[in-house]
Design a protein around this ligand. Structure first.
Ligand SMILES: Cc1cc2nc3c(=O)[nH]c(=O)nc-3n(C[C@H](O)[C@H](O)[C@H](O)COP(=O)(O)OP(=O)(O)OC[C@H]3O[C@@H](n4cnc5c(N)ncnc54)[C@H](O)[C@@H]3O)c2cc1C
Length: 572
């Protein structure tokens, strides 16, 4: 990571490293606050009826086992759950089914959706363990987040999740069928950890051991069965965890889908809006897959330089597979331990002419920053939709996204349709005595489907805002107007918007917060967006730009707004 990742310049929040299981707990707590009922199989004891799932209900421990698409009116889902030691099945009916059931998705398989890409890049065992002793040692000696450890005893990647608490996850290469997951008992895992760390840890506690397979694949389609069944998250794409794109891409899927589902279910949009989910999200998954594979290969350049090319290890593994089964395991262990001998101090040192070119190569990789990268601002924040629930600019069209290089690139804020709304801090102008500073991203309501029109306080834009309010009402969708005042505007400006927008009331006046002069980024909102203050930006409920006009509408604003809402919502 680099210092600017923490500066909150291009985003109101800085990057963070946070364990997934902790995030899941927070999400469940948040769902409860939103009145969701979390039902365990225990609490559902005795409930036999299926039918519709009641609103705001999360059924823990329920596994989708079959799907019935024979009716035009609903999708039937059979779920199985373990109640009092016995598997019980229940049937549900739903309007839309979203398979967010992970990399081995049952929904994807039941719907016959194929995955395209590369399979089986690597097999690993993931070991979640606690050791305050190790946390303390690392904090004092070499604080960091990710450790690639290569020594004669073992090889592994250690992720330090919480150094204070001593919480870690270790990834160890795994070669079945010669190795079995039962070979990785907590005791054996402890021994591997001691070999990697170089000493015994007194307080080690192995919590969980799980095998997993690294793929680089994207579902051939995301939407099927007349837009009634969709896949999201790892069910739709699974790629190497190099660069932290996996869950982030899934969260983006959910964010993209949420407002679309809500507006289809409440009748504001036609079901064709759900097809835009695939048109928008699948290209991003393909891009992030390519980027993660490149980044994974960059990470592997280090063991390759050390003479431990994972490709060679995989070929050795394939070769061992043809040996008589009784000697395969011993042969594999033997070959791998000989391979690791290359890491001994005796062999791997500057004075050994055989390995000095290797060490030079290694230094070069680090000097040029060509190993694993953790931040990709251009892709993390700058991902953009080209086709879907949006209206591309007429003139010039949109410049295509550059293919991923695997190298870090800066994020350049853009107001091109399909882009994520740029962030800028704004002062809320209201009569409240408290000064409130918000991000432009926070101006988009999170609790309802609402489109946000961002304009400057000029007459033509106020007129456009009137039109947008009226047309949105015809389309039965909520619209809010944000009037951006320049940082040097004088006080009392709210009264002008109130008068100019009456009788409409759903608007907010905000004022640019001047950025520090040392910062090379532009300080005005419209220049960040590369637009003039005669322009306007229409933002979707997921903070992506649906439409914009760079410097005023040439034709009839009513016709233009009708065209925009009709195309974005998928209704005539
Ligand atoms: C080692 C490693 C490191 C990673 N690091 C990062 C990182 O730094 N950043 C990042 O963004 N991503 C990372 N990822 C990827 C991330 O873990 C996944 O992309 C993410 O968990 C996918 O979320 P999901 O909800 O789609 O699927 P999952 O997290 O797999 O959740 C699927 C859920 O569906 C449930 N389920 C399964 N089958 C059924 C069924 N038939 N019926 C009902 N429910 C079912 C499962 O029990 C589970 O609760 C990493 C992955 C690995 C393996």
């Amino acid at each position: 990571m680099q210092p600017q990742d923490f500066e909150k310049i291009v985003s109101p929040v800085s990057v963070a490293h946070f364990s997934q299981y902790k995030l899941t707990r927070l999400l469940v707590e948040h769902a409860k606050k939103l009145d969701f009922q979390i039902c365990t199989t225990e609490s559902l004891k005795g409930v036999t009826d299926g039918g519709a799932i009641r609103g705001r209900e999360i059924l823990m421990g329920h596994e989708c086992v079959s799907i019935d698409t024979s009716s035009d009116n609903f999708v039937g889902v059979t779920v199985s759950s373990l109640v009092e030691g016995e598997y019980k099945q229940r049937d549900f009916r739903c309007k839309v089914l979203v398979g967010a059931d992970g990399a081995g998705s049952t929904v994807r398989k039941l719907m016959g959706i194929d995955l395209r890409g590369e399979k089986d890049l690597q097999k690993l065992v993931s070991v979640h363990f606690l050791s305050r002793d190790l946390g303390k040692y690392i904090l004092s000696e070499r604080p960091g987040m990710l450790y690639f450890i290569f020594n004669t005893g073992a090889i592994g990647v250690l992720v330090a999740h919480d150094l204070e608490q001593g919480e870690f996850v270790l990834q160890i290469p795994f070669y079945p069928p010669q190795q079995d997951i039962n070979d990785f008992s907590p005791k054996i895992c402890e021994e591997i950890i001691f070999k990697l760390v170089g000493r015994e840890l007194l307080d080690i506690d192995v919590i969980d051991v799980k095998p997993w397979v690294m793929h680089a694949e994207v579902a051939e389609k995301y939407v099927c069965c007349d837009s009634r069944i969709l896949v999201a998250g790892d069910a739709a794409h699974r790629f190497p965890p190099a660069g932290g794109f996996g869950m982030n891409t899934g969260i983006q899927d959910a964010h993209n889908l949420a407002w679309k589902l809500a507006s289809v279910l409440d009748g504001t949009s036609s079901s064709s809006l759900l097809e835009t989910y695939e048109a928008e999200r699948r290209p991003i998954a393909l891009l992030n897959t390519a980027l993660s594979v490149k980044n994974f290969r960059a990470a592997m350049s280090v063991p390759s330089a050390l003479g431990l090319d994972p490709k060679i290890a995989n070929s050795v593994h394939r070769a061992v597979n043809v040996l008589p089964s009784g000697i395969q395991k011993a042969a594999l262990d033997g070959i791998f331990s000989i391979g690791r001998m290359q890491l001994s101090n005796f062999f791997l040192n500057e004075s050994n002419p055989l390995v000095s070119p290797r060490l030079e190569k290694l230094k070069q990789i680090f000097r040029e920053g060509k190993s694993l990268q953790l931040q990709f601002p251009a892709e993390d924040l700058g991902f953009r939709y080209f086709k879907g629930a949006l209206i591309p600019d007429k003139i010039g069209g949109m410049a295509p996204l550059e293919p991923p290089t695997g190298r870090r690139r800066d994020y350049v804020p853009s107001a091109d349709p399909g882009s994520r709304l740029p962030h800028m801090n704004m002062r809320v102008l209201s009569n409240s005595p408290e000064e409130e500073i918000v991000s432009t991203l926070d101006l988009v309501r999170a609790d309802k489907i609402e489109f946000l029109l961002i304009v400057a306080p000029v007459e033509a834009s106020y007129h456009l805002a009137h039109v947008a309010f009226k047309v949105a009402k015809e389309f039965k969708v909520s619209a809010r107007v944000c009037v951006v005042w320049p940082y040097d505007a004088v006080g009392g400006v709210e009264a002008s918007s109130k008068a100019a927008l009456a009788p409409w009331e759903n608007f907010i006046d905000v004022q640019e917060v001047k950025r520090s002069l040392t910062n090379s980024l532009s300080s005005s909102w419209w220049s960040i967006c590369q637009m003039s203050d005669r322009g306007a930006i229409l933002v979707r409920p997921d903070e992506h730009i649906a439409w914009r006009v760079k410097s005023g509408i040439a034709g009839d604003p009513v016709q233009e707004m009708k065209r925009v809402f009709s195309a974005v919502l998928g209704v005539k």
